[in-house]
Design a protein around this ligand. Structure first.
Ligand code: TYM
Length: 333
């Protein structure tokens, strides 16, 4: 049985992209793998976070994992800062990763923008911490959305270099990304060429997991489309990013192939498709949002899950870190 680790940042609103690209898959994988699902609060502070909001959002993400069906008794649901081995291994990885590798990270370039002199050192080192999140458990598989692919390639490069540099050929596994489903890259509802994101200033660009039926309906009604009827073929859809995105969302929510959705709605009006998509989204997301809200009213329960999860995680991480320290030559007299 393989071992899974994945993480979600407790920053801003959890949206449909996070759900379809990652969190829903967390639950679907849990019978076939040993799973560790982590709320990455240490990643979040690479950009300023209000302390009270950070704590509340950490619980909220944990609630989302549970609401999506992750079994917090069987698997480890925890927050990153509770397991100090992540940070300890990250330092070593800072010394393994090369500046040239970090300079190629597109997410850093996007997040840093033009004001590069003024972003935190942590934002730059972010992907090395992410590699540590994964490899501190020797995780073999990582379910994520498409946008994390480059970070996972870096994780593999770090594993290979560590194994080579220290002459320990199979020490760290070469981790496989698990990027699957019909919506591995959900796009903004306002612009089908831009990724749906927590930080988009327009709330109409995304469906949040906590949106109620009215909000979902309004956002889908207002979602950008083009003036033509629904695409008739997959190649037609590919040329129309807004339509393609909505079709992918429908397919993922309905657990259908995108081609089958295209076939079903070929040549119809967007209004008809949008009302079907609204019904589907409300049916599929409503219960998840409601369960999240229920769990958030019981922070004691969520905290107990996080605490137990951190203990489970530490039991795996501590001996691996001890091995790493020995391998590197850190004296423990
Ligand atoms: P984060 O918090 O930005 O996003 C959490 C997960 O949601 C996926 N995702 C999307 N999938 C499809 N369409 C979208 N529009 C979309 N937006 C986000 C992300 O791919 C991710 O799977 N660096 C990570 C967090 C992290 C991590 C890790 C992940 C830290 N350590 C170790 C895996 C393993 C991030 O910022 O995700």
């Amino acid at each position: 049985k393989g071992r899974i680790l994945s993480g979600v940042q407790p920053t801003g609103n959890l949206h449909l992209g996070n759900y379809l690209g990652a969190i829903r898959n967390f639950a679907r994988l849990q019978n076939d793998y040993e799973c560790l699902y982590c709320v990455v609060d240490m990643h979040a502070i690479t950009v300023w976070q209000d302390p009270k909001a950070l704590a509340a959002q950490t619980r909220e993400i944990a609630a989302a994992f549970l609401a999506a069906g992750v079994d917090g008794d069987k698997h480890a649901v925890f927050n990153q800062s509770m397991v100090p081995e992540h940070a300890q291994l990250a330092w070593i990885f800072n010394c393994v990763a090369r500046l040239g590798w970090m300079n190629r990270m597109t997410q850093f370039k996007e997040k840093a923008g033009k004001d590069r002199e003024n972003v935190s050192l942590g934002l730059y080192a972010y992907p090395a911490l992410m590699a540590a999140d994964i490899l501190i458990y020797k995780a073999t598989h990582v379910p994520v959305g498409e946008d994390q692919k480059q970070h996972l390639e870096l994780t593999r490069d770090i594993a290979i270099k560590f194994n080579n540099d220290f002459g320990v050929p199979d020490f760290f596994p070469i981790t496989e990304p698990l990027i699957f489903g019909a919506a591995t890259r959900v796009m903004s509802l306002r612009d089908g060429t831009k990724k749906m994101s927590k930080s988009d200033p327009s709330d109409y660009s995304r469906i949040n997991l906590t949106d109620d039926a009215d909000a979902i309906a309004q956002k889908i009604r207002r979602a950008k489309t083009d003036p033509h009827p629904m695409p008739e073929t997959a190649s037609d859809a590919e040329k129309r990013p807004d339509a393609d995105n909505l079709l992918g969302i429908y397919a993922a929510l309905a657990d259908m192939e995108k081609d089958a959705v295209i076939f079903e709605f070929a040549g119809k009006q967007f209004s008809e498709f949008k009302s079907a998509l609204t019904d589907l989204a409300v049916t599929k997301l409503g219960p998840v949002g409601a369960e999240m809200q229920r769990l958030m009213k019981d922070p004691g329960h969520v905290d107990r899950v996080l605490h137990a999860g951190a203990e489970k995680a530490r039991a795996i991480a501590a001996p691996i870190l001890a091995d790493v320290y020995r391998t590197v030559g850190f004296l423990n007299p």
